[in-house]
Design a protein around this ligand. Structure first.
Ligand code: C2O
Ligand code: CU
Ligand code: CU
Length: 488
Protein backbone atom coordinates (compact mmCIF):
# COMPACT_ATOMS: atom_id res chain seq x y z
CA UNK A 1 0.00 0.00 0.00
CA UNK A 2 1.19 3.49 -0.87
CA UNK A 3 2.02 5.65 2.11
CA UNK A 4 -0.49 8.42 2.29
CA UNK A 5 0.84 11.89 1.61
CA UNK A 6 0.36 14.74 4.01
CA UNK A 7 -1.93 16.46 1.57
CA UNK A 8 -4.10 13.38 1.15
CA UNK A 9 -4.20 12.95 4.90
CA UNK A 10 -5.39 16.54 5.26
CA UNK A 11 -8.05 16.03 2.62
CA UNK A 12 -9.21 12.81 4.20
CA UNK A 13 -9.26 14.46 7.59
CA UNK A 14 -11.46 17.25 6.36
CA UNK A 15 -13.61 15.06 4.15
CA UNK A 16 -15.32 13.01 6.84
CA UNK A 17 -18.84 14.32 6.40
CA UNK A 18 -18.61 15.18 2.72
CA UNK A 19 -17.20 11.77 1.82
CA UNK A 20 -20.10 10.05 3.51
CA UNK A 21 -22.54 12.25 1.70
CA UNK A 22 -20.94 11.92 -1.72
CA UNK A 23 -20.02 8.24 -1.41
CA UNK A 24 -16.77 6.60 -2.39
CA UNK A 25 -16.69 8.06 -5.88
CA UNK A 26 -16.69 11.55 -4.50
CA UNK A 27 -13.74 10.76 -2.32
CA UNK A 28 -11.66 9.30 -5.15
CA UNK A 29 -12.45 12.28 -7.35
CA UNK A 30 -11.27 14.55 -4.60
CA UNK A 31 -7.98 12.81 -4.16
CA UNK A 32 -7.08 12.61 -7.81
CA UNK A 33 -8.44 15.80 -9.27
CA UNK A 34 -5.74 18.38 -9.85
CA UNK A 35 -6.40 21.58 -8.02
CA UNK A 36 -3.84 23.59 -9.97
CA UNK A 37 -4.84 27.19 -10.19
CA UNK A 38 -6.06 28.81 -13.36
CA UNK A 39 -3.61 31.50 -14.32
CA UNK A 40 -3.91 34.53 -16.48
CA UNK A 41 -7.15 36.14 -15.35
CA UNK A 42 -6.97 39.90 -15.10
CA UNK A 43 -6.23 41.27 -11.67
CA UNK A 44 -9.37 42.50 -9.96
CA UNK A 45 -9.28 45.36 -7.48
CA UNK A 46 -11.52 45.15 -4.44
CA UNK A 47 -14.35 47.67 -4.46
CA UNK A 48 -13.22 51.03 -3.04
CA UNK A 49 -14.90 53.30 -0.55
CA UNK A 50 -13.42 56.77 -0.19
CA UNK A 51 -14.04 59.30 2.55
CA UNK A 52 -15.82 62.52 1.61
CA UNK A 53 -15.69 65.74 3.66
CA UNK A 54 -13.78 64.06 6.47
CA UNK A 55 -16.01 61.06 6.84
CA UNK A 56 -16.43 57.52 5.55
CA UNK A 57 -19.41 55.47 6.57
CA UNK A 58 -19.61 51.84 5.48
CA UNK A 59 -21.56 48.72 6.26
CA UNK A 60 -19.59 45.49 6.41
CA UNK A 61 -21.63 42.34 6.43
CA UNK A 62 -19.68 39.25 7.43
CA UNK A 63 -21.42 36.24 5.91
CA UNK A 64 -20.73 32.75 4.59
CA UNK A 65 -21.29 32.15 0.91
CA UNK A 66 -20.12 30.74 -2.39
CA UNK A 67 -17.17 32.81 -3.53
CA UNK A 68 -14.74 32.20 -6.38
CA UNK A 69 -11.25 31.61 -4.95
CA UNK A 70 -8.63 31.00 -7.59
CA UNK A 71 -10.51 28.81 -10.06
CA UNK A 72 -12.70 27.17 -7.44
CA UNK A 73 -16.16 27.89 -6.13
CA UNK A 74 -15.43 27.96 -2.44
CA UNK A 75 -17.80 27.87 0.49
CA UNK A 76 -16.03 30.68 2.29
CA UNK A 77 -16.72 33.83 4.31
CA UNK A 78 -16.49 37.38 3.07
CA UNK A 79 -17.34 40.97 3.86
CA UNK A 80 -20.13 42.17 1.57
CA UNK A 81 -19.84 38.96 -0.46
CA UNK A 82 -16.27 39.44 -1.63
CA UNK A 83 -12.74 38.33 -0.74
CA UNK A 84 -11.08 40.63 0.11
CA UNK A 85 -13.71 42.99 1.49
CA UNK A 86 -13.90 46.56 0.16
CA UNK A 87 -10.84 48.80 0.40
CA UNK A 88 -11.43 51.78 2.69
CA UNK A 89 -9.59 54.96 1.63
CA UNK A 90 -9.40 57.62 4.29
CA UNK A 91 -7.32 60.66 5.22
CA UNK A 92 -5.65 61.83 8.42
CA UNK A 93 -8.23 63.56 10.62
CA UNK A 94 -11.15 61.58 9.16
CA UNK A 95 -13.90 59.81 11.05
CA UNK A 96 -14.42 56.22 9.90
CA UNK A 97 -17.76 54.65 10.80
CA UNK A 98 -18.29 50.96 10.24
CA UNK A 99 -21.52 49.12 10.87
CA UNK A 100 -20.51 45.49 11.32
CA UNK A 101 -23.31 43.02 10.59
CA UNK A 102 -22.71 39.46 11.74
CA UNK A 103 -24.42 36.91 9.48
CA UNK A 104 -22.03 34.17 10.56
CA UNK A 105 -22.94 31.22 12.75
CA UNK A 106 -20.37 32.29 15.35
CA UNK A 107 -19.45 35.52 17.13
CA UNK A 108 -17.09 37.95 15.46
CA UNK A 109 -15.89 41.55 15.82
CA UNK A 110 -13.63 43.99 14.00
CA UNK A 111 -10.09 45.26 14.39
CA UNK A 112 -8.50 48.04 12.34
CA UNK A 113 -4.95 46.74 12.24
CA UNK A 114 -2.29 49.43 12.54
CA UNK A 115 -4.55 52.47 12.84
CA UNK A 116 -3.52 54.84 15.61
CA UNK A 117 -7.00 55.31 17.09
CA UNK A 118 -8.62 54.93 20.49
CA UNK A 119 -9.05 51.33 21.72
CA UNK A 120 -11.97 52.30 23.97
CA UNK A 121 -15.76 52.20 23.68
CA UNK A 122 -16.85 51.74 20.08
CA UNK A 123 -13.33 52.45 18.82
CA UNK A 124 -10.74 49.77 18.07
CA UNK A 125 -12.02 47.70 20.96
CA UNK A 126 -11.33 44.02 20.42
CA UNK A 127 -13.04 43.02 23.69
CA UNK A 128 -16.40 43.55 22.00
CA UNK A 129 -18.24 40.47 20.81
CA UNK A 130 -20.85 40.72 18.05
CA UNK A 131 -23.10 37.69 18.31
CA UNK A 132 -24.63 35.89 15.30
CA UNK A 133 -27.43 38.04 13.92
CA UNK A 134 -26.11 41.08 15.76
CA UNK A 135 -24.67 44.38 14.58
CA UNK A 136 -22.23 46.88 16.05
CA UNK A 137 -21.45 50.48 15.12
CA UNK A 138 -17.73 51.17 15.28
CA UNK A 139 -16.40 54.70 15.07
CA UNK A 140 -12.75 55.62 14.67
CA UNK A 141 -11.42 59.16 14.77
CA UNK A 142 -8.00 59.46 13.15
CA UNK A 143 -5.70 62.16 14.56
CA UNK A 144 -4.92 64.99 12.15
CA UNK A 145 -1.29 63.82 12.02
CA UNK A 146 -2.11 60.13 11.49
CA UNK A 147 0.65 58.50 9.44
CA UNK A 148 -0.24 57.64 5.84
CA UNK A 149 0.21 54.06 4.74
CA UNK A 150 -1.32 50.64 4.31
CA UNK A 151 -3.53 49.18 7.02
CA UNK A 152 -6.17 46.50 7.11
CA UNK A 153 -9.20 45.20 8.95
CA UNK A 154 -10.04 41.71 10.15
CA UNK A 155 -11.97 39.91 12.92
CA UNK A 156 -10.38 39.73 16.36
CA UNK A 157 -12.65 37.49 18.41
CA UNK A 158 -10.23 35.48 20.53
CA UNK A 159 -10.26 31.79 19.65
CA UNK A 160 -11.72 32.32 16.16
CA UNK A 161 -9.40 34.83 14.53
CA UNK A 162 -7.34 32.37 12.48
CA UNK A 163 -10.38 30.44 11.24
CA UNK A 164 -12.28 33.56 10.21
CA UNK A 165 -9.33 35.08 8.36
CA UNK A 166 -8.50 31.71 6.73
CA UNK A 167 -12.11 31.67 5.50
CA UNK A 168 -11.79 35.10 3.83
CA UNK A 169 -12.63 37.86 6.30
CA UNK A 170 -10.16 40.71 5.67
CA UNK A 171 -9.85 43.92 3.69
CA UNK A 172 -7.49 46.83 3.11
CA UNK A 173 -7.42 50.34 4.57
CA UNK A 174 -5.36 53.08 2.92
CA UNK A 175 -4.56 56.30 4.70
CA UNK A 176 -3.73 58.77 1.94
CA UNK A 177 -0.57 60.88 1.84
CA UNK A 178 -0.70 64.49 2.90
CA UNK A 179 1.18 65.30 -0.32
CA UNK A 180 0.23 62.95 -3.17
CA UNK A 181 2.86 60.87 -4.97
CA UNK A 182 2.46 60.87 -8.73
CA UNK A 183 1.83 57.36 -10.04
CA UNK A 184 0.32 55.80 -13.15
CA UNK A 185 -1.58 53.13 -11.23
CA UNK A 186 -2.45 52.23 -7.66
CA UNK A 187 -3.02 48.61 -6.83
CA UNK A 188 -4.08 46.95 -3.61
CA UNK A 189 -2.68 43.41 -3.46
CA UNK A 190 -4.04 41.43 -0.54
CA UNK A 191 -2.15 38.15 -0.21
CA UNK A 192 -3.97 35.38 1.63
CA UNK A 193 -3.78 31.63 1.83
CA UNK A 194 -6.34 28.94 2.47
CA UNK A 195 -7.00 25.26 1.82
CA UNK A 196 -10.14 23.90 0.18
CA UNK A 197 -11.38 20.34 0.19
CA UNK A 198 -12.78 18.62 -2.89
CA UNK A 199 -16.15 20.25 -2.45
CA UNK A 200 -14.75 23.74 -1.99
CA UNK A 201 -15.19 23.88 1.76
CA UNK A 202 -12.49 25.54 3.81
CA UNK A 203 -10.57 22.72 5.38
CA UNK A 204 -10.63 22.37 9.15
CA UNK A 205 -7.13 22.62 10.57
CA UNK A 206 -5.81 19.90 12.91
CA UNK A 207 -4.28 20.83 16.26
CA UNK A 208 -0.71 20.15 15.20
CA UNK A 209 -1.04 22.51 12.22
CA UNK A 210 -2.36 25.20 14.52
CA UNK A 211 0.63 24.82 16.77
CA UNK A 212 3.02 25.22 13.85
CA UNK A 213 0.82 27.92 12.33
CA UNK A 214 -1.32 26.83 9.40
CA UNK A 215 -0.18 27.49 5.85
CA UNK A 216 -2.86 27.11 3.20
CA UNK A 217 -2.26 25.25 -0.05
CA UNK A 218 -3.69 28.07 -2.17
CA UNK A 219 -1.87 31.39 -2.12
CA UNK A 220 -4.11 34.09 -3.52
CA UNK A 221 -3.88 37.75 -4.46
CA UNK A 222 -7.24 39.48 -4.08
CA UNK A 223 -8.76 35.98 -4.06
CA UNK A 224 -7.20 35.16 -7.44
CA UNK A 225 -4.49 32.69 -8.49
CA UNK A 226 -1.64 34.45 -10.26
CA UNK A 227 -3.71 37.16 -11.95
CA UNK A 228 -2.01 39.35 -14.57
CA UNK A 229 -2.08 43.00 -15.50
CA UNK A 230 -0.47 45.13 -18.22
CA UNK A 231 1.67 48.25 -18.11
CA UNK A 232 3.86 50.27 -20.45
CA UNK A 233 7.60 50.71 -19.82
CA UNK A 234 8.62 53.65 -17.65
CA UNK A 235 5.44 53.73 -15.64
CA UNK A 236 5.49 54.16 -11.90
CA UNK A 237 2.95 51.98 -10.14
CA UNK A 238 2.19 51.97 -6.45
CA UNK A 239 1.49 48.58 -4.94
CA UNK A 240 -0.06 48.27 -1.50
CA UNK A 241 0.75 44.72 -0.42
CA UNK A 242 -0.90 43.20 2.64
CA UNK A 243 0.08 39.85 4.14
CA UNK A 244 -3.29 38.55 5.31
CA UNK A 245 -2.06 34.96 5.70
CA UNK A 246 -2.68 33.39 9.09
CA UNK A 247 0.91 32.16 9.50
CA UNK A 248 2.77 32.23 6.18
CA UNK A 249 5.81 34.47 5.90
CA UNK A 250 6.12 36.05 2.47
CA UNK A 251 9.59 36.63 1.06
CA UNK A 252 8.65 38.52 -2.10
CA UNK A 253 10.60 39.17 -5.28
CA UNK A 254 9.64 40.80 -8.57
CA UNK A 255 12.63 40.24 -10.83
CA UNK A 256 13.14 42.47 -13.84
CA UNK A 257 11.52 45.56 -12.32
CA UNK A 258 12.82 48.41 -10.23
CA UNK A 259 11.40 48.36 -6.71
CA UNK A 260 11.42 51.13 -4.16
CA UNK A 261 9.99 50.62 -0.73
CA UNK A 262 8.14 53.71 0.50
CA UNK A 263 7.53 52.18 3.90
CA UNK A 264 6.35 49.21 5.89
CA UNK A 265 3.21 49.13 8.02
CA UNK A 266 2.53 52.73 9.04
CA UNK A 267 4.12 55.91 7.76
CA UNK A 268 6.84 56.19 5.18
CA UNK A 269 10.59 56.24 5.19
CA UNK A 270 12.13 59.70 4.84
CA UNK A 271 13.23 58.60 1.35
CA UNK A 272 12.21 55.56 -0.69
CA UNK A 273 14.58 52.64 -0.39
CA UNK A 274 15.65 50.53 -3.37
CA UNK A 275 15.02 46.83 -2.65
CA UNK A 276 15.40 43.47 -4.41
CA UNK A 277 13.19 41.51 -2.10
CA UNK A 278 11.14 42.09 1.00
CA UNK A 279 9.90 40.02 3.88
CA UNK A 280 6.33 40.39 5.05
CA UNK A 281 5.51 38.40 8.16
CA UNK A 282 1.80 37.83 8.85
CA UNK A 283 0.12 41.19 9.38
CA UNK A 284 2.87 43.29 7.76
CA UNK A 285 2.21 45.58 4.78
CA UNK A 286 4.47 47.07 2.15
CA UNK A 287 4.00 50.34 0.33
CA UNK A 288 5.95 49.77 -2.87
CA UNK A 289 6.79 51.76 -5.99
CA UNK A 290 7.40 49.70 -9.13
CA UNK A 291 9.07 51.44 -12.06
CA UNK A 292 8.30 49.26 -15.04
CA UNK A 293 10.69 47.82 -17.62
CA UNK A 294 9.69 45.86 -20.73
CA UNK A 295 9.04 42.15 -20.19
CA UNK A 296 6.93 39.82 -18.10
CA UNK A 297 7.69 39.80 -14.38
CA UNK A 298 6.08 37.61 -11.81
CA UNK A 299 5.70 38.55 -8.17
CA UNK A 300 6.79 35.42 -6.33
CA UNK A 301 6.74 34.24 -2.73
CA UNK A 302 9.89 32.38 -1.70
CA UNK A 303 10.42 30.00 1.16
CA UNK A 304 11.28 31.65 4.44
CA UNK A 305 12.61 29.52 7.28
CA UNK A 306 10.63 30.37 10.39
CA UNK A 307 11.95 27.59 12.57
CA UNK A 308 10.30 24.50 13.94
CA UNK A 309 8.41 23.16 16.90
CA UNK A 310 10.32 22.37 20.09
CA UNK A 311 12.04 18.98 20.15
CA UNK A 312 9.77 17.66 22.86
CA UNK A 313 7.09 17.21 20.20
CA UNK A 314 9.12 14.29 18.86
CA UNK A 315 12.10 14.02 16.55
CA UNK A 316 11.88 16.42 13.67
CA UNK A 317 8.20 17.11 14.16
CA UNK A 318 7.10 20.21 12.38
CA UNK A 319 10.55 20.83 10.98
CA UNK A 320 10.23 22.89 7.86
CA UNK A 321 12.86 22.90 5.21
CA UNK A 322 13.11 24.29 1.74
CA UNK A 323 12.73 20.74 0.42
CA UNK A 324 9.11 19.84 -0.15
CA UNK A 325 7.95 23.44 0.20
CA UNK A 326 6.52 25.08 -2.88
CA UNK A 327 9.08 27.74 -3.68
CA UNK A 328 8.89 30.81 -5.79
CA UNK A 329 5.12 30.50 -5.84
CA UNK A 330 3.74 32.89 -8.48
CA UNK A 331 1.39 35.46 -6.95
CA UNK A 332 0.72 37.90 -9.80
CA UNK A 333 2.22 38.68 -13.20
CA UNK A 334 2.99 42.10 -14.61
CA UNK A 335 3.24 42.28 -18.42
CA UNK A 336 5.10 45.35 -19.63
CA UNK A 337 5.08 46.18 -23.33
CA UNK A 338 4.54 48.99 -25.83
CA UNK A 339 5.87 52.51 -26.14
CA UNK A 340 7.71 53.91 -23.13
CA UNK A 341 5.97 56.66 -21.20
CA UNK A 342 7.60 59.82 -19.90
CA UNK A 343 9.27 59.47 -16.52
CA UNK A 344 7.50 60.64 -13.40
CA UNK A 345 8.35 63.44 -11.04
CA UNK A 346 10.41 62.71 -7.95
CA UNK A 347 8.86 61.34 -4.78
CA UNK A 348 8.29 64.03 -2.15
CA UNK A 349 10.25 63.49 1.07
CA UNK A 350 8.31 62.47 4.12
CA UNK A 351 8.86 63.86 7.59
CA UNK A 352 8.81 60.56 9.40
CA UNK A 353 7.17 59.43 12.58
CA UNK A 354 10.02 60.85 14.61
CA UNK A 355 12.89 58.99 16.19
CA UNK A 356 12.85 57.65 19.74
CA UNK A 357 16.50 56.60 19.73
CA UNK A 358 17.48 59.81 21.47
CA UNK A 359 14.37 60.05 23.67
CA UNK A 360 14.46 59.58 27.42
CA UNK A 361 13.05 56.16 28.26
CA UNK A 362 10.50 56.13 31.09
CA UNK A 363 10.41 52.36 31.62
CA UNK A 364 12.11 49.21 30.44
CA UNK A 365 10.01 46.10 30.05
CA UNK A 366 10.70 42.51 29.15
CA UNK A 367 8.31 40.50 26.99
CA UNK A 368 9.14 36.80 26.72
CA UNK A 369 7.54 34.71 23.98
CA UNK A 370 7.54 30.98 24.70
CA UNK A 371 6.20 27.74 23.37
CA UNK A 372 6.43 24.55 25.35
CA UNK A 373 4.65 21.66 26.93
CA UNK A 374 2.78 22.59 30.03
CA UNK A 375 -0.01 21.84 32.41
CA UNK A 376 -3.51 22.51 31.30
CA UNK A 377 -2.81 22.27 27.60
CA UNK A 378 -4.11 18.72 27.29
CA UNK A 379 -2.24 15.73 25.94
CA UNK A 380 0.17 16.65 23.18
CA UNK A 381 -0.81 20.31 23.31
CA UNK A 382 1.76 23.00 23.55
CA UNK A 383 1.27 26.20 25.47
CA UNK A 384 1.97 29.46 23.67
CA UNK A 385 2.63 32.13 26.26
CA UNK A 386 3.78 35.68 26.80
CA UNK A 387 5.71 36.14 30.06
CA UNK A 388 4.61 32.62 31.03
CA UNK A 389 0.89 33.24 30.76
CA UNK A 390 -1.91 32.59 28.32
CA UNK A 391 -4.41 35.29 27.43
CA UNK A 392 -7.24 36.03 29.85
CA UNK A 393 -9.65 38.71 28.70
CA UNK A 394 -10.26 40.18 32.14
CA UNK A 395 -6.64 40.35 33.30
CA UNK A 396 -4.38 43.30 32.57
CA UNK A 397 -0.82 42.15 32.02
CA UNK A 398 0.94 45.42 31.33
CA UNK A 399 0.08 48.82 32.76
CA UNK A 400 1.65 51.86 31.15
CA UNK A 401 1.53 55.51 32.16
CA UNK A 402 0.07 57.68 29.41
CA UNK A 403 2.67 59.92 27.82
CA UNK A 404 5.64 57.67 28.54
CA UNK A 405 8.24 56.29 26.17
CA UNK A 406 9.00 52.66 26.94
CA UNK A 407 11.69 50.30 25.75
CA UNK A 408 10.58 46.71 25.34
CA UNK A 409 12.96 43.81 24.99
CA UNK A 410 11.17 41.07 23.07
CA UNK A 411 12.79 37.71 23.76
CA UNK A 412 11.86 34.51 21.98
CA UNK A 413 12.80 31.35 23.90
CA UNK A 414 11.28 28.99 21.33
CA UNK A 415 12.84 27.44 18.21
CA UNK A 416 10.26 29.09 15.95
CA UNK A 417 9.84 32.74 14.92
CA UNK A 418 6.97 34.81 16.32
CA UNK A 419 5.82 38.05 14.65
CA UNK A 420 5.00 40.34 17.58
CA UNK A 421 2.17 42.83 17.12
CA UNK A 422 1.06 45.73 19.30
CA UNK A 423 -2.29 47.40 18.68
CA UNK A 424 -2.78 51.19 18.49
CA UNK A 425 0.84 52.28 19.18
CA UNK A 426 3.51 51.62 16.51
CA UNK A 427 6.91 50.30 17.58
CA UNK A 428 10.27 51.67 16.55
CA UNK A 429 12.87 48.93 16.11
CA UNK A 430 15.94 49.92 18.13
CA UNK A 431 18.07 46.81 17.95
CA UNK A 432 17.89 43.42 16.31
CA UNK A 433 16.79 44.52 12.87
CA UNK A 434 18.88 42.86 10.17
CA UNK A 435 20.14 46.11 8.70
CA UNK A 436 21.30 49.06 10.75
CA UNK A 437 19.31 51.85 9.12
CA UNK A 438 20.13 55.52 9.27
CA UNK A 439 16.50 56.55 9.65
CA UNK A 440 13.98 55.28 12.16
CA UNK A 441 12.17 52.03 11.34
CA UNK A 442 8.59 51.87 12.55
CA UNK A 443 6.43 48.77 12.31
CA UNK A 444 3.39 47.38 14.06
CA UNK A 445 4.39 43.76 13.49
CA UNK A 446 8.02 42.96 14.34
CA UNK A 447 9.49 39.52 13.77
CA UNK A 448 11.23 38.04 16.80
CA UNK A 449 13.44 35.26 15.41
CA UNK A 450 13.68 31.81 16.98
CA UNK A 451 15.82 32.07 20.13
CA UNK A 452 16.36 35.72 19.24
CA UNK A 453 15.80 39.13 20.71
CA UNK A 454 14.57 42.49 19.42
CA UNK A 455 14.37 45.84 21.18
CA UNK A 456 11.65 48.32 20.37
CA UNK A 457 10.57 51.69 21.73
CA UNK A 458 6.99 52.87 21.94
CA UNK A 459 5.62 56.35 22.61
CA UNK A 460 2.34 55.94 24.46
CA UNK A 461 0.88 59.24 23.39
CA UNK A 462 -2.68 60.32 22.59
CA UNK A 463 -4.76 57.38 23.73
CA UNK A 464 -5.64 55.62 26.93
CA UNK A 465 -7.46 52.39 27.47
CA UNK A 466 -7.11 48.61 27.24
CA UNK A 467 -5.82 46.86 24.19
CA UNK A 468 -3.58 43.91 23.32
CA UNK A 469 -0.26 42.69 21.98
CA UNK A 470 0.11 39.24 20.51
CA UNK A 471 1.81 36.90 18.10
CA UNK A 472 0.45 37.52 14.58
CA UNK A 473 0.69 33.87 13.70
CA UNK A 474 -2.99 33.98 14.45
CA UNK A 475 -3.18 30.33 15.45
CA UNK A 476 -0.77 31.20 18.25
CA UNK A 477 -2.88 34.20 19.22
CA UNK A 478 -5.98 31.99 19.37
CA UNK A 479 -4.02 29.48 21.47
CA UNK A 480 -3.30 32.20 24.02
CA UNK A 481 -0.17 34.03 22.90
CA UNK A 482 -1.65 37.44 23.70
CA UNK A 483 -1.50 39.88 26.56
CA UNK A 484 -3.58 42.86 27.67
CA UNK A 485 -2.06 46.32 27.93
CA UNK A 486 -3.69 49.23 29.67
CA UNK A 487 -2.53 52.78 29.19
CA UNK A 488 -3.81 55.14 31.86
CU1 C2O B 1 -3.88 42.07 12.75
CU2 C2O B 1 -4.43 42.01 16.78
O1 C2O B 1 -4.16 42.02 14.77
CU1 CU C 1 -3.71 44.61 14.95
CU1 CU D 1 3.81 32.77 17.36
Amino acid sequence: MQPISRRQALLLGGMGVAATAAGGAGLIWTLTSPSGPVTGANLVQPEENRSVDGQLQVRLEAAPGRILLGDRQAMAMGYNGSIPGPTLRIRPGDVLKIKLVNKLARPTNLHVHGLHVSPEGNGDNIFISVEPGGTFDYEYKLPADHPPGVYWYHPHHHGMVADQIFAGLFGGIIVEDPEPIETSAERVLVVSDTTLDGLGNILAVPALERMMGREGQLILVNGQSNPQFPARPGERERWRIINACVARYLRLRLDGQQLQLLGMDSGRYAKPETVDDLLLTPGNRADLLVTTATGDSTLRAFYQDRGSMPRMMGPGFGARSAAGQPDGTPLATLRVSGEPVASQTSVPDYQGLGDLRTSAVTAHRSIVLSAGMGMGGGAGMMRFTINGREFIKGRTDTTVAAGSVEEWTLTNTSPMDHPFHLHVWPMQIIEGDDQGKASAVWQDVVNVPANGRVKVRVAFNDFRGRSVYHCHILDHEDLGMMGVIEVR
